[in-house]
Design a protein around this ligand. Structure first.
Ligand SMILES: Cc1cc2nc3c(=O)[nH]c(=O)nc-3n(C[C@H](O)[C@H](O)[C@H](O)COP(=O)(O)OP(=O)(O)OC[C@H]3O[C@@H](n4cnc5c(N)ncnc54)[C@H](O)[C@@H]3O)c2cc1C
Length: 301
């Protein structure tokens, strides 16, 4: 059967576009990493080793890598995906590891569980996290990655896989980062905070406005406040419902005024970023642009 050359060319273009799109979305795992040596189906199998309780609905999951000498391999700024079959359905969700990038043999993941019958608007709860909460220790979990468009290389250097007006991929060294995070949207920011604060030679200044519903929802609070003793990292909180007494931070949703107070400078060498619920990240982007930052100085994780 003869194939019409026009159809063949169109098909080639479509396949090449899909390939380039997928390639662009995928980060690069270092060669000594578990994600650098995945099996033929492209998935890495890790073992659930421990599940440590952090709060009423949040756990630190510890996963064992296939080899004790391996690191996980998700670069700072990237994420990975957990895949599972839940009630016969394939479910995939994104996560950003909370352990340091060079941890060997295991990696750690803070996960908030969305249980059924807790929130009136979501009686069924989340799909994946209630499954992970009940997953027996020793079970296998399938992972793909790394994924993501931003990679942090230290000392403010970021490569952001998006094209600038001049057609080039954005590679820039930023002096400061202004971050707005909501709930579990903290984790990509936390990776960068860890990386900077653990490297005395990194002079990047980080400013985080971290929004939560209530005080007990603040993830990794002890760790954040420990890092905030470092003068390179300024930490601000806002809560929808702050405690009646003694709360020294902001209250209510993120506002322009809050951003002005937390993030004092307007400069091309500042990267503004946000991660969290969509309405919050949309608002953060709008407010950053209104404050005078350019689109290329804003990134949504
Ligand atoms: C780049 C990236 C990194 C991420 N990193 C992390 C991370 O490090 N840790 C982490 O915990 N999550 C992280 N997430 C979120 C994660 O991908 C999942 O969305 C989350 O775990 C919920 O999955 P689920 O299948 O249980 O919920 P879904 O089935 O996806 O539920 C959807 C939504 O329903 C709502 N909902 C359901 N039940 C409830 C409830 N009981 N109370 C309130 N709301 C409810 C919530 O809005 C929830 O997000 C990240 C997301 C992105 C995009």
């Amino acid at each position: 059967m003869a194939i019409n050359p026009g159809i063949l060319i169109a098909l080639t273009i479509v396949l090449a576009t899909i390939f380039l799109f997928l390639k662009k979305k995928k980060g690069t795992a270092p060669s000594n990493s578990a994600l650098g040596v995945v099996g033929p189906n492209g998935k890495l199998k890790v073992i659930l080793k421990e599940r440590q309780t952090l709060s009423h609905d949040t756990f630190n999951f510890v996963f064992k890598l296939p080899n004790e000498e391996q690191i996980f391999g998700v670069p700072v700024g990237n994420h990975y995906i957990i895949h599972a079959k839940v009630n016969g359905e394939d479910v995939s969700r994104k996560y950003t590891p909370t352990s340091v990038v060079n941890q060997k043999g295991t990696f750690e993941q803070v996960i908030k569980i969305y249980r059924p019958n807790v929130h009136p608007r979501f009686p069924e709860g989340g799909q994946l996290t209630p499954y992970l909460e009940k997953l027996p220790i020793g079970s296998e979990v399938e992972i793909t990655g790394p994924h993501g468009h931003l990679e942090y290389f230290g000392n403010g250097k970021c490569v952001i896989n998006r094209k600038l007006e001049n057609g080039k991929i954005q590679k820039k060294t930023f002096k400061k980062m202004y971050m707005v995070a909501g709930g579990t949207g903290l984790t990509p920011m936390y990776q960068i905070i860890q990386q900077v604060c653990n490297d005395p030679s990194d002079n990047t200044e980080l400013y985080l406005l971290y929004a939560n519903k209530s005080e007990e929802d603040i993830l990794l609070r002890k760790e954040l406040e420990e890092y905030a003793k470092d003068k390179r990292f300024k930490l601000f909180y806002t809560l929808d419902t702050p405690p009646q007494e003694g709360w020294k931070h902001f209250g209510g949703f993120v506002t322009a005024d809050m951003l002005k107070q937390c993030f004092p400078e307007r400069d091309d060498n500042i990267l503004c970023c946000s991660c969290g619920p969509v309405p919050m990240t949309n608002l953060a982007r709008k407010l950053f642009l209104e404050l005078g930052f350019k689109e290329e100085n804003y990134y949504k994780f």
